[in-house]
Design a protein around this ligand. Structure first.
Ligand code: HEM
Length: 245
């Protein structure tokens, strides 16, 4: 083949984020499924707290990694920035039309960063991850009294005269009954979003993997190895070269 050229696209922060995120998600999903099926699995009450503690420990890594990625989108390289991620901006709809026409015609436009449809997918994925992280941190506080909001929750539900710092998860005798009921009501929408977010994320993760495989087959560009090496190899001029310059 002639005319192949390698371009440095994904910087180290983006690559580390991607693979740490994948590992965390695998861990969070496995332990999350065990939490969901605790009764069927015969998990004891202590076992349930242990499962949640493991889930939350991985969750902190997941949330910190995500936070760094969101910050990096302000300060990182051209393909890591919000400008290269968020759909919209000048000429975006024309880009989408041209991309779809090229894809249908078997002459797909090649991109250094995300293609116009990929930008929609990445934005949805980041929003879903953020929703999962925020709701997870609230659940960690309301369930286990873990940071960042655990000490506030403990102060809310501690029985009169009890030191909030001494509260133990699932020790109802240590809680003020009505404050605890109010706290559980506050918590409800967060568990609902966390629960459905899990299923939506699963569907999205499968679509994401299929889209990468189909794009790689149709367009080349070694998408998978580029997430390790940072380099994409293209056979023609990239459609988003100007943005990267
Ligand atoms: C990709 C990210 C995540 C996925 C897929 C995920 C998945 C799940 C699933 C399936 C459950 C069981 C839901 C239920 O019991 O109804 C769960 C529960 C939980 N998650 Fe996550 N989670 C994620 C991130 C996080 C994070 C970042 C934290 C906190 C740091 C967290 C904290 C919790 C807690 C405390 C529970 C127990 C809630 C309860 O059942 O009382 N999760 N998660």
């Amino acid at each position: 083949m002639t005319g192949l050229k390698a371009y440095v696209v994904w910087d180290a922060s983006v690559r580390w984020f991607h693979w740490i995120n994948l590992l965390c998600m695998l861990g969070l999903i496995s332990v999350g499924v065990a939490i969901l099926n605790d009764e069927a699995l015969g998990v004891t009450s202590d076992g349930k707290i242990l499962l949640k503690t493991v889930h939350v420990s991985i969750g902190y890594v997941f949330a910190a990694n995500l936070l760094w990625r969101l910050v990096w989108a302000f300060i990182g390289g051209p393909h890591a920035r919000w400008r290269a991620i968020l759909p919209g901006g000048r000429g975006y709809l024309n880009e989408v039309r041209a991309y779809i026409a090229g894809f249908r015609g078997g002459r797909p436009r090649q991109y250094l960063g995300h293609n116009p449809l990929g930008r929609i997918a990445v934005t949805c994925l980041l929003l879903l991850l953020l929703a999962q992280a925020v709701t997870g941190l609230v659940l960690a506080g309301t369930d286990l009294f873990y940071p960042p909001i655990g000490s506030w929750i403990a102060g809310w539900v501690a029985a009169p005269g009890l030191d909030p710092a001494s509260l133990v998860p699932y020790a109802k005798e240590m809680y003020d009954e009505s404050a605890y009921a109010a706290m559980r009501a506050f918590r409800k929408p967060f568990i609902t979003v966390h629960y459905y977010g899990f299923y939506v994320l699963l569907v999205f993760a499968v679509i994401h993997i299929l889209a990468v495989v189909v794009t790689e087959i149709r367009e080349g560009g070694n998408l998978v190895s580029a997430m390790f090496s940072g380099k994409k190899i293209l056979s023609g001029p990239p459609a988003d070269q100007a943005e990267a310059d």
